[in-house]
Design a protein around this ligand. Structure first.
Ligand SMILES: Nc1nc2c(c(=O)[nH]1)N[C@H]1C(S)=C(S)[C@@H](COP(=O)(O)OP(=O)(O)OC[C@H]3O[C@@H](n4cnc5c(=O)[nH]c(N)nc54)[C@H](O)[C@@H]3O)O[C@H]1N2
Ligand SMILES: Nc1nc2c(c(=O)[nH]1)N[C@H]1C(S)=C(S)[C@@H](COP(=O)(O)OP(=O)(O)OC[C@H]3O[C@@H](n4cnc5c(=O)[nH]c(N)nc54)[C@H](O)[C@@H]3O)O[C@H]1N2
Ligand code: SF4
Ligand SMILES: [Mo]
Length: 722
């Protein structure tokens, strides 16, 4: 690149995954020519994956919507249809779009009250955007029906960690993995989903001599670096990790001092582990008993053992117990509270940690302060200038409950900022029915995705490059997002849209600007958030210009928290939990003899709204189902054959990829492709506590079909396009 062409280089943070890599956008004439990363960047040391380096061209994609829109045909509950076609929308001014939304939302609220209101916040948007949207719904519509994709993601991990330790974030900094001598990766395809953390993990093994144990039903790339791979049957984690605990107890490899000094409930837990003999665990999980014994010894005898995990643990009808089985192991061995140890749920979206911290949650205000605690509610009433008793004290509905409550007397309106439930929720045939029953839908996004196509009004949001703000990455580092481009077309930053809408709603409710919406810059919103959420009290924009700060940051002089739990847990003592093994909700049977596993590939992002509107789609243009050679041969299937995959809930058509990446009896489908959307197949049964669905395992069957059954390539382009 000729340097003279570039007149601006802007430092910012990657908008894709929770690693939070540092980016430099090279700009001329409001156009990004390339993205690089500074070699001394705190998070990624100059490394970027293919999405961060090249995936930004969605900003300029011709399908992007940069004008406010209203549906031409008014939509009625029960008869709502999807509109991807430009002709079905009317381009309008911001005033018209915002007034229309304010009128409709206020009318429904005045008629049906706070129960009728619900909002999906956005783990891709900034902390400031999310803080404002939850404030709008809590302060003006008096509802806690506020959630976001964290519910579909790490809810099991969060509830488990909260129960046992009183804190839900990653305990250590990801780059500390090079200080571990043994680490476990389970339920995480790290090399594809957190690629830059995976680079550090590979270095830990190859350069620093750490030993890696992978526990996963897929032969993920990190298995190539592992000393042990435990290829378990999906949904058997409680058995596998309790089997390890059984061995550690029996061979007295535990850390007695840590147990005495820092934990509780040891006896009850130890009793519950008695049944998990290696023989029993092998019979349930398919993992050879020798492997379980070896893994237990390796982890327990480590000086510094760490555990990294993701959705294979969390997305289960017993996701909370899965997480607890990992927490039990760390408490048993004392592998927590020191550098290079810890309990590390790898958070997924660029700002899912931050959206949760900002209060985009049905049970918590910003900073995890509980909505049903009187003194907390009083504090927020004071901060937001609301009459005493005005804020709602009831727990709100979760993402997985909001659509199920769409009926008369229940939820009537939905505001979606940057999510795509019609691709990301389980059992999509059901979800579509609920979506059609809504009375009013407002969507704020960059594109009309499968969910936006149902909306009555569409607000075009500015991308990460068109606004200021902060993202909080997976290891709790709050980093700046800097405006590098003038917004394209009429697009506006999310925080501006929300503040403008809030003012219009307040005046319709007869309380003009009572709770304050006159922000001129996101730094003011962060200052307000810091004044109500103690863990962000010390986050000030002038302190995070270069490297960010790791929350909690309790005051202006606090230097942040690289690792948690050094001397104590927020709950005091770490609590062991007695556990029992339960099978998955829908095991394989004669009719549906295989198990369906779903997840991600390196090149794509969730429902594909960003990456399928990017040249990344050329790298990976088509959905594939992974089938083990053993099962493929038994069913006469070869790579590239057209396949029909069906469950009790739906069917899709896609190509086969015969590969040893999956194990016999289990097939794998990425959920990025609208024309073969995996979530038509998945089970919406939930974990009773965390309310997270079982995305990773349900009964399935497949068969070879004629080539013409596959979705036509033109359809790849048509789905989800405006
Ligand atoms: N390229 C890319 N990267 C992403 C994303 C993306 O869409 N694309 N999304 C981001 C988000 S939001 C998230 S939450 C993360 C998710 O990151 P991951 O959780 O790493 O992503 P998945 O592909 O869902 O992989 C889950 C792993 O769990 C395994 N698994 C399935 N069933 C079980 C089980 O019963 N037990 C165990 N132990 N493992 C099991 C699967 O085989 C798979 O290896 O990725 C983030 N990064
Ligand atoms: N089968 C199956 N289903 C799953 C999972 C699985 O493993 N298997 N994983 C689940 C998980 S972990 C997650 S996190 C969810 C993800 O589910 P979602 O969050 O619903 O999915 P995304 O496709 O990431 O949607 C993000 C939307 O935000 C928009 N966007 C991007 N930046 C901005 C911005 O700055 N402002 C605004 N307003 N919009 C923006 C994008 O265009 C896109 O439409 O999917 C879940 N669903
Ligand atoms: S690893 Fe994650 S944060 Fe880093 S460049 Fe890739 S997508 Fe972006
Ligand atoms: Mo996620």
């Amino acid at each position: 690149m000729n340097k003279n062409l570039i007149n601006k280089v802007v430092s910012t943070t990657c908008p894709f995954c929770g690693v939070g890599c540092n980016l430099q956008l090279h700009i001329n004439d409001n156009f990004i020519y390339k993205i690089t990363s500074p070699f001394d960047g705190i998070v990624n040391k100059g490394n970027l994956c293919v999405k961060g380096r090249f995936g930004y061209d969605f900003i300029y994609n011709k399908n992007r919507v940069t004008t406010p829109l209203i549906r031409k045909t008014p939509q009625k509950p029960g008869a709502r249809t999807q509109a991807f076609d430009k002709n079905e929308w009317r381009e309008v001014s911001w005033d018209e779009a915002l007034d229309y939304a304010a009128d409709r939302l206020t009318e429904i609220y005045k008629r049906d009250g706070s129960e009728a209101m619900a909002v999906y916040c956005c783990a891709k948007a900034t902390n400031e955007d999310n803080y404002l949207l939850q404030k709008l719904y809590r302060a003006l519509f008096r509802t806690n029906n506020i959630d976001h994709c964290t519910r579909l993601c790490h809810a099991g991990s969060v509830v488990g960690l909260q129960k046992a330790l009183g804190s839900a974030a990653m305990s250590n900094t990801a780059s500390e993995v090079i200080k571990s001598d043994v680490f476990i990766i389970t339920g995480s395809n790290t090399a594809e989903t957190h690629p830059i953390i995976a680079i550090q993990m590979k270095a830990a093994v190859e350069k620093y001599g750490a030993k890696l144990i992978v526990v996963d039903p897929r032969r993920v790339e990190m298995v190539n670096y592992a000393t042990l791979w435990l290829p378990e049957k999906p949904g058997t984690d409680v058995a596998v990790f309790s089997g390890m605990a059984h061995v550690i107890l029996k061979e007295k490899l535990y850390n007695q001092q840590f147990i005495d000094d820092r934990t509780e409930n040891f006896r009850e837990f130890a009793q519950s582990m008695e049944k998990f003999t290696p023989e029993y665990v092998e019979s349930v999980s398919g993992v050879k008993k020798e492997l379980i014994i070896e893994a237990a010894r390796l982890y327990a005898n480590a000086e510094r053992g760490a555990i990294y995990w993701a959705l294979g643990i969390s997305q289960s009808t017993h996701g909370t117990n899965n997480a607890l089985s990992l927490i039990n192991l760390a408490l048993l061995t004392g592998h927590i509270g020191r550098e290079g140890t810890g309990l590390n749920p790898l958070r997924g979206q660029n700002n899912v940690q931050g959206a949760s911290d900002s209060g985009a949650m049905p049970w918590h205000y910003p900073g995890y302060q509980e909505v049903n605690q009187e003194e907390v509610a009083l504090k927020f009433e004071k901060a937001w200038n609301i009459e005493p008793g005005g804020l709602n004290r009831n727990l709100g509905l979760t993402t997985t409950e909001i659509l199920r409550h769409v009926h008369d007397g229940g939820v009537r309106s939905l505001y979606i900022m940057g999510e795509n439930p019609m691709m990301s929720e389980p059992n999509l045939n059901e979800a579509h029915k609920h979506m059609q029953e809504l009375e009013f839908i407002a969507v704020q996004d960059l594109f009309i995705n499968e969910s936006g196509a149902y909306a009555d009004v569409f607000f075009p949001a500015g991308s990460f490059a068109e606004k200021d703000g902060t993202f909080t990455n997976t290891d709790r580092r709050v980093q700046l997002v800097r405006k590098a481009l003038e917004p394209i077309g009429l697009a506006r930053p999310d925080w501006e849209i929300i503040a403008d809408l809030a003012k219009r709603i307040e005046s319709r409710l007869g309380r003009p600007n009572s709770s304050f919406w006159d922000y001129t810059h996101p730094s003011q919103i962060m200052d307000e958030m810091g004044s109500v959420a103690p863990s962000y009290a010390g986050i000030k924009y002038d302190r995070i210009q270069k490297v960010g700060l790791q929350a909690p940051v309790f005051d202006k002089n606090h230097s942040g928290t690289p690792y948690l739990f050094k001397d104590s847990f927020p709950s005091g003592r770490g609590k062991f939990h007695a556990l029992d093994y339960q099978p998955i909700d829908e095991p394989a049977d004669a009719e549906y003899p295989f198990i369906l596993n779903t997840g991600r590939v390196l090149e794509h992002w969730h429902g594909g709204t960003l990456t399928r509107n990017s040249w990344l789609d050329d790298l990976y243009p088509e959905a594939k189902v992974e089938i083990h050679p053993y099962d493929a041969e038994a069913n006469g299937i070869q790579t590239n054959d057209a396949i029909k995959v069906s469950t009790r809930r739906g069917e899709i058509f896609l190509r086969a990829e015969v590969t040893e990446k999956t194990i016999p009896g289990v097939i794998f489908i990425p959920f990025h492709f609208a024309e073969a959307a995996a979530n038509f197949l998945t089970n919406d049964a939930m974990d009773p506590e965390a309310k997270i669905p079982e995305f990773k395992a349900c009964a399935v069957r497949f068969e070879k079909v004629p080539e013409n059954k596959l979705p036509h390539p033109e359809n790849h382009q048509k789905r989800g396009r405006y």
